[in-house]
Design a protein around this ligand. Structure first.
Ligand code: GDP
Ligand code: ZN
Length: 362
């Protein structure tokens, strides 16, 4: 397999350098199941596990490889296996709360370049939900693209696009129909060779239909994989990193489908920077914008300059985040902070703005 087609680039090459000296090769994680991995590399595909040292040194489950990660491996060709010695620094990552006594962050997909945020144009197009997905995307480091599917069922497509444009002025927005195969060329522009993409959106908005439409001739294959999953058989052959005909790679994993909000105040601020801007003019520094005197945010709502629904969504997300932060153990939070600091120092200037998701290789 050609590494470039798997998404290999200068960033990962640079970080692999110390491992090359130790006879290790790069590989990309195509599947994970209870710490057993399937990796793709130049030599083909291999089942893989992390080394004993790796497992011992890992400080949290977010340190373990995830689908989409680039890893440094040593091959054991005679056994048809590979041993993973390191995860190369991630360029982006989607995560969720992991079950267990401690609320921990678990990476469900790594190194996604572009994430398609899919909504349906049938019924009401939920702007609040799109804001939520934009927050998720901002937190991941992947570039968001808003896809309004089922345009064939909608009489006022351009009006919807305008509304979405207002809450996401810098994000590409496409109205498409997976059923009528309309507007898909615009999506294909984001599917260049080696680009990694993922789809998120509520159930029923047409993600599978879109993926199948983009897969074209290869759709049968994906369907066959899905069906064997459902019967619980052949699960060892299920791939979650799937090459698309245009040269891109699709991450389609159960984790991505069940994604929950795991975000922080910083990314919330980026999505709702208009509200954060207003909040700086509130009389009280700790104003909660729920009717305190001198609240600039409420004043903007009254003046018709800020949508009340948008504020409600912002306050609700804020609440969710503080709830989550409260549940997180101190050590987890400290670790995350240390890691962010470490990395921020490493990448400042070079890759500004994407830093939150880069990890250092131990
Ligand atoms: P998912 O849950 O997001 O993967 O949604 P599916 O791809 O399974 O689609 C849900 C339903 O919407 C199916 O019945 C599809 O046939 C239908 N659907 C998907 N895309 C379109 C579209 O562009 N137009 C119309 N009319 N129906 C669509
Ligand atoms: Zn206020």
């Amino acid at each position: 397999m050609d590494l470039t087609k798997l998404g290999w680039n200068a960033h990962f090459k640079k970080h692999l350098a110390p491992f090359v000296e130790q006879d290790m090769l790069p590989a990309r994680v195509a599947r994970e199941d209870r710490r057993v991995y399937l990796v793709y590399g130049e030599m083909g595909e291999f089942a893989a596990e992390v080394s004993g040292k790796f497992a011992h040194d890992a400080q949290s489950i977010a340190d373990f490889p995830a689908v989409g990660d680039w890893v440094a491996v040593r091959l054991l060709p005679e056994e048809g296996r590979a041993i993973i010695h390191a995860v190369l620094p991630r360029r982006s990552g989607f995560s969720r709360k992991a079950a267990g006594p401690q609320t921990q962050e678990q990476i469900v997909a790594a190194n996604v370049d572009t994430v398609f945020l899919v909504s349906g144009l049938d019924g009401e197009c939920n702007l609040r939900r799109i804001e939520r997905y934009l927050t998720l995307a901002a937190d991941s480091g992947a570039k968001p693209v808003v896809v309004l599917n089922k345009a064939d069922l909608c009489e006022s497509v351009s009006e919807h696009v305008r509304k979405v444009k207002r809450i996401a002025p810098d994000t590409p927005i496409y109205a498409v129909s997976a059923k009528e195969l309309l507007g898909l060329d615009a999506l294909r522009e984001h599917l260049g060779c080696g680009e990694t993409v993922a789809f998120i959106g509520s159930s029923g908005v047409g993600k599978s239909a879109l993926i199948n439409a983009l897969l074209g001739a290869e759709r049968q294959e994906v369907r066959a994989v899905r069906e064997s999953d459902r019967r619980g058989r052949h699960t060892t052959t299920r791939r979650e990193l799937i090459p698309l005909p245009d040269g891109a790679l699709l991450i389609d994993s159960p984790g991505m489908r069940e994604l929950q909000l795991w975000t922080d105040e910083e990314s919330l601020g980026r999505t709702f920077d208009d509200i954060e801007e207003l909040a700086r003019q509130c009389r009280f520094r700790d104003c909660r914008h729920r009717g305190e005197p001198g609240c600039a945010v409420q004043a903007a709502v009254k003046a018709g300059e800020l949508d009340a629904g948008r504020l409600r969504n912002y306050l609700r997300l804020n609440r969710e985040i503080s709830h989550l932060a409260g549940r997180q153990d101190d050590w987890t939070r400290q670790l995350a902070k240390q890691r962010k600091k470490l990395v921020a120092r490493k990448i400042r200037g070079r890759n500004a703005g994407r830093g939150a998701w880069q990890y250092s290789v131990r």
